[in-house]
Design a protein around this ligand. Structure first.
Ligand code: AMP
Ligand code: GLY
Length: 420
């Protein structure tokens, strides 16, 4: 099977790594990063933007399947643009609104009875301030559109909440993505991410993962795209999984079908779990990063085959098998991330050292190669994955590798896998 994988982050390196293990697969990444062998990277054809050159290339070179990694091209309609030429793993534009517009996602959830926090969508500062008055502290302020995981402010200070409203609506920090803000009730509990493979009709879940979105230890500091993840999640039992299936995934699949955009691809449910209570914090229209880096090494299935079945609308299984191990990923980021940070950091000490132990894996995120030197190009630069018989053992593997390959001007969290 000849597969075109779109994207350049840690998620795409992990998907590439897993797809390469599929029977008879050939995988090319558009454009990929320095973790992908040069012969499997195609850099010129698509780096964002117009889909027509990509379509022409894929049909001219007999690709069998397109797998779309990031949200932006899905929200921009890449699946719609390619669908008549080639099977696509990824939802059409109308369905991708579930991530592309928080306002749309909230009304979708309300319409189809999917549990979620109470919220108001506001287009003016006055309206947003009024909504804040009606919510108890802590306050949650979200830019409506895509903001690379940085459009959400959670704060106990009304002053900071109002500042976040002004950032979106007046200072346009997130451009058009922030022209509507969503003010949401704060949900307490512990987070979990449940990914599901979807074929338009049914959603078959991965085992849950837990992401750590705050930049610093103890879940402190600003929200990021994700600084580390763990799987499985000990506070999700079979009963809770069953509720997630029926109240979240099945209702969402019914909703997408009724809205005229049956969902094909990966549906990501970001959940808040509080005792026996579950609420959806967000839906995303693609694999999560970094959770995917911890999850895919645990998946005991042929991923290419499953993705093809989803793209064709005929997923044959109702259950995914996972290895009976625990897995964690720790993200190495540039100092300053998610604020401004340096690029061009020489990462060779870490990234030129392949782990020699099968319990440790390394995925590249924002990297490029220049001769023999691997330089950073993004805020999140790499993910180190450890696996073991339990989370403690998995932690030991990942952190032992990180501690023996340190890189100046970068940081990582020390507490992934050790928080209650
Ligand atoms: P989102 O981009 O909507 O996932 O939000 C990013 C992060 O902000 C989430 O992963 C949560 O940690 C936090 N967050 C978002 N909405 C809420 C909420 N209603 N209550 C508590 N935390 C939230
Ligand atoms: N790790 C969070 C996300 O991918 O959105």
């Amino acid at each position: 099977m000849k597969i075109a994988l779109i994207g350049s982050g840690g998620r795409e390196h992990a998907i590439y790594w897993k797809l390469k293990q599929s029977f008879n697969s050939e995988v090319h990444v558009f454009p990929g990063n320095a973790g992908i062998p040069e012969e499997d990277r195609i850099k010129e054809v698509y780096q964002g933007g117009n889909f027509s050159a990509l379509k022409e290339f894929l049909t001219g070179n007999q690709y069998d399947l397109v797998v779309v990694g990031p949200e932006q091209p899905l929200v921009d309609g890449i699946a719609d643009a390619l669908a008549d030429a080639i099977p696509v793993f990824g939802p059409e534009k109308k369905a991708a609104r579930v991530e592309g517009s928080k306002e749309w996602a909230k009304s979708f959830m309300e319409k189809y009875g999917i549990p979620t926090a109470r919220s108001f969508s506001c287009n003016s500062v006055e309206e947003a301030y009024e909504a804040l008055e009606q919510m108890p502290s802590p306050y949650v302020v979200k830019a409506d559109g895509l903001a690379a995981g940085k459009g959400v402010t959670v704060t106990e200070s009304i002053k900071e909440a109002r500042h976040a409203v002004q950032d979106c609506l007046e200072r346009k920090v997130f451009g058009e993505s922030g022209s509507t803000v969503v003010i949401e009730q704060f949900l307490k509990g512990r987070e979990a991410s449940v990914f599901a493979l979807c074929d338009g009709t049914k959603a078959v879940p991965f085992q849950p993962a837990r992401d750590h979105k705050r930049a610093h230890d103890g879940d402190q500091g600003p929200n990021t795209g994700g600084m580390g993840a763990v799987t499985p999640v000990e506070y999700i039992d079979a009963k809770m999984l069953n509720r997630i299936q029926t109240e979240v995934l099945d209702r969402a699949m019914k909703g997408f079908a009724e809205e005229g955009c049956p969902y094909k691809g990966l549906l990501y449910a970001g959940l808040m779990i509080d005792g026996t209570d579950v609420n959806v914090v967000e839906f995303n229209c693609r694999f999560g990063d970094p959770e995917t880096q911890a999850l895919l090494p645990m998946l005991d299935e042929d991923l290419a085959e499953l993705m093809m079945q989803c793209a064709k609308g005929e997923l044959k299984t109702d259950f995914l098998r996972f290895r009976e191990l625990a897995s964690i990923v720790v993200v190495v980021a540039a100092d300053g991330y998610p604020g401004s940070y340096a690029k061009g950091i020489d990462m060779s000490n870490l990234l030129n050292s392949q782990p020699d132990n099968p319990a440790t894996l390394m995925f590249h995120a924002g990297t490029e190669i220049d001769g023999n030197v691997i330089n950073s190009t993004g805020g999140r630069i790499a993910g180190v994955v450890g696996s073991g018989i339990n989370i403690d053992e998995a932690r030991k593997e990942a952190y032992a590798f990180l501690d023996s390959h340190s890189v100046e001007r970068t940081f990582f969290r020390r507490d992934i896998g050790s928080l209650p």
